[in-house]
Design a protein around this ligand. Structure first.
Ligand code: NAP
Length: 241
């Protein structure tokens, strides 16, 4: 059973290890960085653009590409956890689903395990098991994400490591803790929205919440109406082990 107890702290500093955020300059990645900073967790980022990372505040920056073993090894060095919010943006080339969502995430998983990283949080997607879903017309993105998920489960599901895979519905820019959420498992949902801030918060909470270990789940807003939340930790109580 993975053991993160030694890294848990009390009060606002809930986690004392350093966390690498991949995809930190993206719309969800920025929320991951800001929620880690909210909990006073030291942050390192891997980015293709140091200029873009300049607006992230107090973070350690490794400039590099997810295609490079060397860059990725440098990025995970000294980190006890990784959160990936990487995402493809083109059908072909360096930013394609094959390069980023599958091979890039797999490279990050392998290098993280090699460097002694203990926990890996991944932003995946609702419908990753549905090869016939229309979104898959974009370079097979869902299938590529599912292959990366499988790799993560196999590498971080053992040997004292752990993972948390969040499969959000449609992403909206927006703050965390503004909505009741609906979580499910087994990829049975077909539609729904969620704020990027909530996806980030769920992954940050997974660093110290025991019930988040080795879980894969879908998540959307329960309702459109705002209903302020004190914490998202309760949603991990609803997941099957
Ligand atoms: N949009 C939706 O409704 C939706 C729904 C469910 C799940 N998702 C998934 O959620 C995740 C986050 O989405 P998002 O909208 O926040 O993503 P985003 O804004 O497009 O950000 C993607 C991040 O990936 C980085 N990246 C891309 N290629 C890279 C490479 N070769 N090397 C290093 N970094 C690279 C980008 O860096 P740069 O800044 O350098 O480009 C950026 O930081 C994605 O995996 C997406 O597929 C999205």
């Amino acid at each position: 059973m993975p053991c993160l107890e030694g890294m848990i702290m009390t009060g606002e500093n809930k986690y004392k290890g350093k966390v690498l955020v991949a995809g930190a300059t993206g719309r969800t990645g920025r929320w991951v960085v800001s929620r880690l900073q909210h909990y006073s967790v030291p942050v390192k980022v891997l980015t293709r653009s140091a200029d873009k990372a300049a607006s992230l505040g107090d973070v350690e920056v490794v400039q590099g590409k997810i295609q490079s073993d060397e860059d990725v090894a440098k990025a995970v060095e000294g980190c006890s956890a990784v959160i990936s919010a990487l995402g493809s943006s083109e059908v072909f080339g360096d930013a394609s689903p094959g390069e980023v969502d599958r091979d890039g995430v797999m490279r990050l998983v392998d290098q993280a395990a090699k460097a002694g990283v203990r926990h890996f949080g991944l932003v995946s997607s609702m419908a990753v098991t549905k090869w016939f879903h229309p979104l898959n017309l974009f370079g097979g993105v869902l299938t590529k994400k599912f292959e990366a998920e499988e790799h993560l489960r196999s590498v971080f599901g053992e040997d004292g490591r752990s993972y948390t895979i969040v499969r959000p519905g449609g992403l909206r820019d927006g703050e965390p803790l503004l909505h009741d959420l609906h979580v499910d498992q087994g990829d049975r949902l077909w539609s729904g929205w969620i704020n990027r801030g909530d996806v980030a918060e769920l992954l940050v909470v997974s660093l110290w919440n025991d019930k988040a270990r080795n879980k894969t789940f879908e998540v959307i807003n329960e309702a459109e109406e705002e209903h302020r939340q004190d914490s998202l930790e309760k949603y991990y109580d609803k997941l099957a082990s």
